[in-house]
Design a protein around this ligand. Structure first.
Ligand code: SF4
Length: 309
């Protein structure tokens, strides 16, 4: 605010509080909108569903439960939520934290106690990463629990950045154009797994977790190295975003806008059987798509036009 003297009036503590509240309110609306949109776009939750919300004690799954509870209160369809935590008996796991938090929230919950930590420690040779076996065991247990609880859907807290990282990991190390689906049939063929936060940016979840003061349980208790390749890809994406703001958003949009006829997978597009139609198509390929791109200021136009490379 400009004072009569022409000096800027220092922001009062009350002004700062109002500003923070406004920002948090905007963030809450955005999170609800994005989660609601994903639920609708992929038909994730239907009338009468019992959704098992997997809560690990990390910021993402706390946020997922929080937002699903808000949406449940105003959704046009009736569905149940049950929070499930798998206590894997890692040394130092604060086993009172989640039950206390969930009880105080008033949400039905179940804590599944299974000592997978000892199993992976026993079976995985010293120095090797524990995560792959640990995740396989966890997945099997969660499917069993979903059966026992009569859950029709299993909700996982992966977000937009997890999905993009997985896409690049699969491309770099697996030779596959494959991400992480927002909705899938589980590998045992018996469950529908959903990722309601598929459209949510991780930075928003960091802010939401701080605002809501979730009692975060660190994920390093098992002592395993977290996935180094995923960390590297995450850093690469963040660096790109810094250099070219909006790039993450654009890549994420691309995942929802696939053109198999312009890739090279013969099982997705019948390249061999292509025949001329003799009919001009307004949507047809012009051969040169340069006009679809606005050359970024940092790129010389020539770079965009070199199709023969
Ligand atoms: S970090 Fe630890 S708890 Fe998490 S998947 Fe890896 S081994 Fe399991």
């Amino acid at each position: 605010m400009v004072m009569e003297t022409g000096w800027l009036e220092p922001e009062t503590a009350a002004d700062a509080r109002v500003k923070i509240e406004r920002e948090n309110h905007k963030l809450e609306k955005r999170l609800c909108r994005q989660v609601g949109q994903a639920i609708v776009d992929y038909n994730m939750i239907e009338e009468g569903d019992k959704v098992m919300v997997c809560v690990s004690g990390g910021k993402d799954s706390y946020a997922m439960l929080d937002i699903l509870l808000k949406l449940q209160a105003r959704a046009p369809v009736h569905f149940e939520l049950i929070a499930v935590n798998l206590d894997q008996k890692q040394p130092g796991f604060p086993e009172h934290v989640l039950p206390q938090y969930l009880a105080q929230l008033g949400v039905p919950f179940h804590i599944e106690n299974q000592d997978t930590y000892s199993i992976v420690k026993r079976l995985v040779p010293e120095g090797k990463t524990l995560c792959s076996l640990c995740s396989r065991l966890r997945r099997g247990i969660l499917y069993r629990v979903a059966d026992e609880l009569g859950a029709s859907k299993i909700a996982l807290g992966h977000h937009r950045d997890d999905i993009l990282q997985t896409f690049f990991l699969n491309m770099f190390f697996g030779g596959k154009l494959k991400g992480m689906p927002p909705k899938l049939v589980s590998d045992d063929g018996r469950h529908i797994v959903i990722r309601p936060m598929a459209q949510v940016a991780e930075k928003d979840l960091v802010r939401w977790a701080a605002h809501r003061q979730f009692p975060i349980i660190p994920c390093t208790l098992c002592g395993s190295q977290t996935n180094l390749q995923r960390k590297q890809v995450s850093r690469m994406l963040q660096d790109w975003e810094k250099l070219h703001p909006g790039r993450i958003e654009s890549m994420f949009t691309a995942l929802q806008n696939v053109v198999p006829s312009h890739l090279m997978d013969g099982t997705r597009h019948d390249f061999k059987g292509l025949k001329v139609t003799g009919v001009a198509s307004a949507d047809g390929d012009k051969g040169f798509d340069a006009e679809e791109f606005a050359a970024p200021a940092t790129l010389p136009a020539l770079q965009v036009l070199r199709f023969g490379d």
